[in-house]
Design a protein around this ligand. Structure first.
Ligand SMILES: NC(=O)c1ccc[n+]([C@@H]2O[C@H](COP(=O)([O-])OP(=O)(O)OC[C@H]3O[C@@H](n4cnc5c(N)ncnc54)[C@H](OP(=O)(O)O)[C@@H]3O)[C@@H](O)[C@H]2O)c1
Length: 258
């Protein structure tokens, strides 16, 4: 087992859901964390909680991953502190809207493409060179089951997560010959703020997504990430697809009353 105690993990989108749970679990295991997100109050609260609960170092950076300059600023600040992240978790992302492609909102599409694809690229381009120089590191990309199979009205979200799958494979190929590992974790339905965001704050509609079965929880994904990053250095899990037991594909469900 590869201990993460005293290492540094950078987690984008750590104010909620998978990112928040992962920051908590890694910190609980002695890992220092760099947490990002746009909601300043949540970041500050999370910083204080993690420091107090686990006694680790916590560095918050409040910014939108769609702004390249802010990723570069963060990377420069880390360099000035002589911190090279040992683990980068590209998690910040969202679905926005669920409509037929001929009715979709262009603003939703831009949000998803700019966050899920370009945001992930900006963070990776800012941080990965430091890992390459040190010839050490681990990149985790949060993809989705939606990046394996397209579903009706998923169109642009599906495309953005197919892109994450392709980029995860590409990053792995380009890292051949280095000690840096790279894995995508691709969850099926998980109950986080994901559906509230997707349905633009319609909480009733969001709650319906999780009716009649037990969805994955944010902590399940955090557990999986912890497992991946604690494998010995010669073990590179390159992709992990995980569904709740009640969901066997994006189409096949074992829901009660359905
Ligand atoms: N829940 C699911 O069913 C599911 C399934 C498969 C994959 N995923 C993927 O898992 C990842 C995490 O989602 P989640 O389920 O944990 O949802 P969530 O609870 O809504 O969390 C999303 C996180 O991403 C951050 N974020 C979103 N847009 C951002 C931006 N432009 N700049 C910076 N941070 C941004 C949010 O922080 P701020 O709002 O504070 O910026 C938040 O911390 C996403 O990539 C999502 O596509 C989710």
């Amino acid at each position: 087992m590869n201990s993460i105690r005293g290492k540094w993990a950078l987690i984008t989108g750590a104010t909620s859901g998978f990112g928040k749970a992962t920051a908590d679990l890694l910190a609980q295991n002695g890992c220092n964390v760099i947490i990002t997100g746009r909601r300043a109050e949540r970041l500050e609260a999370q910083t204080n909680i993690l420091k107090e609960k686990y006694g680790v170092h916590v560095l918050p950076y409040c910014f939108d991953v769609r702004e390249l300059g802010r990723s570069v600023e963060m990377a420069n600040d880390l360099v000035s502190r002589e911190i090279v992240p040992d683990i980068l978790i590209n998690n910040a992302g969202l679905a926005s809207g669920k409509d037929k492609i001929y009715e979709g909102l262009i603003s939703d599409w831009e949000k998803m493409i700019d966050t899920n694809i370009k945001g992930l690229l900006y963070t990776t381009r800012s941080i990965l060179p430091m890992m390459v120089t040190r010839n050490e590191g681990h990149v985790i990309n949060i993809g989705s089951a939606a990046g394996h199979t397209v579903y009706p009205e998923g169109n642009v979200y599906n495309a953005s997560k197919f892109a994450v799958k392709a980029l995860n494979e590409a990053i792995n190929l380009d890292l051949a010959g280095t000690n840096i590992r790279c894995c995508s974790v691709d969850p099926g339905a998980a109950e986080t703020e994901f559906s509230n965001v997707r349905f633009h704050g319609d909480d009733e509609k969001a709650a319906k997504v999780y009716e009649g079965y037990k969805p994955l929880e944010a902590e399940d994904i955090a557990d999986i990430i912890y497992f991946i990053v604690t494998r010995p250095a010669h073990v590179n899990i390159s992709n992990l697809l995980v569904y709740p037991t009640a969901q066997r594909s994006v189409y096949v469900w074992g829901k009660k009353n359905s």
